[in-house]
Design a protein around this ligand. Structure first.
Ligand SMILES: N[C@@H](CCC(=O)N[C@@H](CS)C(=O)NCC(=O)O)C(=O)O
Length: 202
């Protein structure tokens, strides 16, 4: 499989999960401004949505949407327990987290990255994100990872999103637990490999 990615973007979650799963893969970097791949192809011809991540499967199909890509990768290596068994309540809990991270965190960050977002809108987004961080922080007080005692795919997604405050200068000192969580995930060898290959670690 081949992962289309942009360094530090939400595609990092998929990159981490492929590394955690130990599946052979190749990477292709996408310039999100020009929509060109590192091999000079027009990315919109590969993924008409124009955004990353996209996962090219060995059978020629293309999968997109972080929450789905993470589940697909996890399901290829069930022995790694990156997602619980399909149909189990634990699986729905993990899907609940994937959906929450996608809609309540990831997409709420997006306006903060846009230079033309008015300050008042940025302030509203920060307020909303603050409430969501309160909730996540409270959950992580009860167990070290989102779904309990073990790292699973939603942690890769949350970790990826928790790196973004650094880029958009959001003060995270009100949530020290999230900083500890981020450091815990960052220390995983698979995460280190993904960060390094995206050029995010020296
Ligand atoms: N709904 C998509 C959103 C993906 C997304 O927001 N990707 C961003 C990077 S984090 C992107 O590629 N943005 C560039 C664009 O939309 O053209 C998903 O869940 O995968």
């Amino acid at each position: 499989m081949k992962l289309y990615f942009s360094p530090g973007a939400c595609s990092l979650a998929a990159h981490i999960v492929i590394e955690e799963a130990g599946i052979p893969y190749t990477l292709e970097r996408v310039d999100l401004a020009s929509h060109k791949t590192e091999h000079g192809e027009d990315y919109t011809k590969i993924n008409p949505k124009g955004y990353v991540p996209a996962l090219a499967l060995d059978n020629g199909e293309l999968l997109s949407e972080v929450a789905v890509v993470l589940q697909y990768i996890s399901d290829q290596r069930k022995d790694r327990h990156l997602m619980a068994e399909a149909g189990s309540l634990q699986r729905y809990r993990q899907m609940e987290w994937l959906s929450f991270i996608s809609t309540e965190l990831h997409k709420q960050f997006s306006p903060l990255f846009r230079p033309d977002t008015p300050d008042a809108v940025k302030q509203q987004q920060l307020k909303l994100l603050g409430r969501r961080f309160d909730y996540v922080s409270e959950t992580l007080r009860r167990h070290p990872y989102l779904a309990g005692a073990e790292f699973t795919a939603p942690d890769a997604y949350l970790f990826t999103v928790l790196n973004w405050p650094d880029y958009v200068k959001v003060d995270m000192t009100a949530w020290p637990g999230l900083g500890e969580y981020r450091a815990r995930i960052a220390s995983r060898p698979a995460v280190q490999r993904a960060l390094k290959s995206e050029g995010l670690l020296k």
